[in-house]
Design a protein around this ligand. Structure first.
Ligand code: FAD
Length: 264
């Protein structure tokens, strides 16, 4: 049984700032991490492997050469194989081009029974890549997955899909793409043995030629999105805390709104 997890290396957004003049991310000196939802996606695949000895967990990323460190982290957590799609031709990819490239990588690995992705990457934040990948591979997708029961013999997965005020239970045929939310599980830590073994494993690096993509079908050339401007919103003014009993606070609120001529 082959399980695949799509993982993305992202800047730790707690540390990210935007250059106020250029409107671009200041990446220098910002630590890179495994995208948090992808850690949940990986944990889901590893949990299936814990109970199914024949299961293999594969992780795949498209990114620059330094994404190799994140892949080794995934191996150290328990993944069996890792692949890096890295090529100048992939640079400047929007979500369409990203999912095309990842789909080509999935096809190269071949015979995947179940694909996990994170719901959303904390830098790009679009939540588009998982559903687009399913569309490229012509397989079903279920988003916002908070529980999974994979039945490989029946080739189905029963998943709980998170909604705003509850969840729905979906039975989906496999292979399919499931996008994970943080409520799915608690990702495990890397083990010492895993870390040692992770550095003994070879990680293939694939270019556009390796996955049979022409340069015009990947990267900037295949990206239809145009970003006009990125900016940090102006901070809002400080809030005011009203104190006292409810009627007192209501009086203070009415007076404050009156002073600003927001009410008559
Ligand atoms: P989401 O759709 O939010 O991610 C959902 C899930 O998909 C993730 O949790 C993960 O499981 C999977 N996933 C997402 N991305 C990958 C990946 N790369 N590999 C494996 N799995 C993945 N970004 C750059 O870093 N460099 C650039 O030069 C660049 N140029 C861009 C140019 C344009 C015109 C645009 C619009 C965007 C550009 N981006 C660039 C951003 C890039 O398009 C997105 O980061 C990328 O497509 C993923 O989208 P997302 O981050 O919103 O992921």
């Amino acid at each position: 049984m082959k399980l695949l997890v799509c993982v993305k290396q992202v800047p730790d957004t707690k540390e990210v700032k935007i250059d106020p003049v250029k409107g671009t991310l200041i990446r220098e000196g910002i630590p890179s991490i495994l995208n948090p939802d992808d850690a949940n996606a990986l944990e889901a695949a590893l949990s299936i492997k814990d109970t199914a000895p024949d299961a293999e967990v594969h992780v795949l990323t498209m990114g620059p050469p330094q994404a190799m460190y994140m892949l080794r982290e995934c191996l150290a957590m328990g993944a069996d194989y890792a692949y890096l799609l890295s090529d100048r031709a992939f640079g400047g990819a929007d979500t369409c081009a990203t999912s095309t490239t990842i789909a080509a990588g999935v096809n190269k690995i071949g015979n995947i029974d179940l694909i996990f992705a994170g719901r959303q990457a904390i830098d790009g934040d679009t939540a588009q890549v998982g559903p687009q990948l399913a569309q490229r591979l012509n397989i079903p997708v279920v988003t916002y997955v908070k529980d999974v029961d994979f039945k490989p013999k029946e080739r189905v997965a029963i998943v709980d899909r998170q909604l705003e005020n509850g969840y729905e239970v979906v039975k989906v045929q496999t292979p399919c793409v499931l996008t994970a939310v943080k409520e799915l599980n608690q990702p495990r830590f890397m083990s010492v043995r895993g870390i040692i073994e992770a550095y003994e494993k070879e990680i293939p690096v694939w270019t556009h030629e390796d996955v049979d993509l022409s340069p015009e079908n990947c990267g900037l050339e295949a990206s239809h999105t145009q970003v006009f401007r990125s900016f940090t919103p102006e901070p809002k003014g400080r809030g005011i805390m009203l104190t006292g009993s409810v009627p007192e606070m209501a009086d203070k609120l009415i007076a404050a709104l009156g002073e600003k001529h927001l009410i008559g």
